[in-house]
Design a binder for this molecule. Sequence first.
Ligand code: GLN
Length: 512
Amino acid sequence: MALYYKSAKELAGMLSRREVSAVELTRAALDRAEQVEEKVKSFVTRTPDLALAQAEAVDRRRATGETLSSLAGIPVAIKDNMNTFGVRTTCSSKILANYIPPYDATVVDRLNAAGTVTVGKTNLDEFAMGSSTENSGFFTTRNPWDTSRVPGGSSGGSAAAVAVGEAVISLGSDTGGSIRQPAALCGVTGLKPTYGRVSRYGLVAFASSLDQIGPFGRTAEDVALALSAIAGHDRLDSTSAPVPVPDFTAGLNRGVKGLKIGIPREYLAAGISPAVREAVLRAVEVLVGLGAEAEEVSMPHTEYALSAYYVIAPAEASSNLARYDGVRYGVRAGEYSDLVDMFSRTREEGFGPEVKRRIMLGTYALSSGYYDAYYLKAQKVRTLVNKDFEEAFRRFDVLVTPTAPSVAFGIGQKTDPLAMYLEDVCTIPVNLAGLPGMSLPCGFAAPEPAAGVAGGGPTAGDGNGLRLPIGLQIIGKAFDEETVLRVGHAFQQATDYHKQRPALDAKGGARQ
Ligand code: GLN
């Protein structure tokens, strides 16, 4: 297998045994990007010089006999809404197109301390608002499994980069599904940690009560490695939790015997494609085969979560995005008559349509006379959604659901904003409750015909045509990422969905 497709765990072994140098590995990832980036477009900014300098530093340190972290020398990609000192950080928005941060986000700082090699900043839906990267102010990232399709979003660039071998690990952020849904659509593993597990310092805020940073990798084990490096209290983020950080790789092999798995029935209801439903139920059977116990459960407030999210998230966003006024940083409109005109022209020219829609929705929901009807009510719904989870977690160790309702859809296919919002029905409740959730590959299916297009329905595992990855979501109790990762690892020890690689545009599907 090509170097750039190996797991971080395998590469860590090779690096420490000096079978490969950090510079060689970095060159392999950079060369891979040279080869595929034109087709996939994962990156807003690539940083080959920085990467090689970091890799050389790791090799020099290793040569002195120093014991290094297992992530030392591993190529990583960072979503472009996390600040990187001296490296442009745009949020894929025209309004920040020229922004060069004077500091590193805490997660970047911690990865640097572990000796990772930064290969670039990845594309996203503008300010992380979207599920396809089509809302990027610059360009759309393509799904490596079929470049006429979206990679998911908003962390689409980070998911695609790992799926196609441009990075071994990447960071994304997840407010309503932005790590898990692109992980599902690109066939990689992605974890949204518990709210407060990872510092948000230096993450450009979208909806502060929901945002959380987490890793993408090719395996649950790699995700565990990355989480161990970035997690933990940070005095620069008062919402980061002062709880101990375990070594998330330590308990991975404990298996799932006797573990209680809940299958919330509402997550398999209308709107979920039959192929996805089948793959998720087959995955549960695999876990039961490994000794877990599974049972259906009802979470009756699930159907209200999406509506509550689309009040709360825009409300918070409208406040967070007030700072982009052309005064302190970012792009300023070229022509204006006075200060107020400068503000409004800057925002008119700088923000894309989805961001403007969210600002208007949020401002409306918070305005006097509507606050009680919308914002307050949404907060009450949030409490009810939390109670559903509390109830379920009295009986179960983890909950298992689909990550996304279907496989990757075509670029330009979802034109109605509401259709796009529905991509996150299975992931949003988890953010409202602040719980950890992970997506990992659990099967493949033929693409579904676009609405109104005649043709056969989706068939699981259609060996002849194009096959696209399906994601399984594992939801855990607050601060119990260990169990989520353990279930994911057990599943990956028993299956090989995560070992499939996209055969970039060679129609005919997955290849080892
Ligand atoms: N797709 C959802 C939205 O548009 C979630 C995005 C995210 O998690 N950042 O808000």
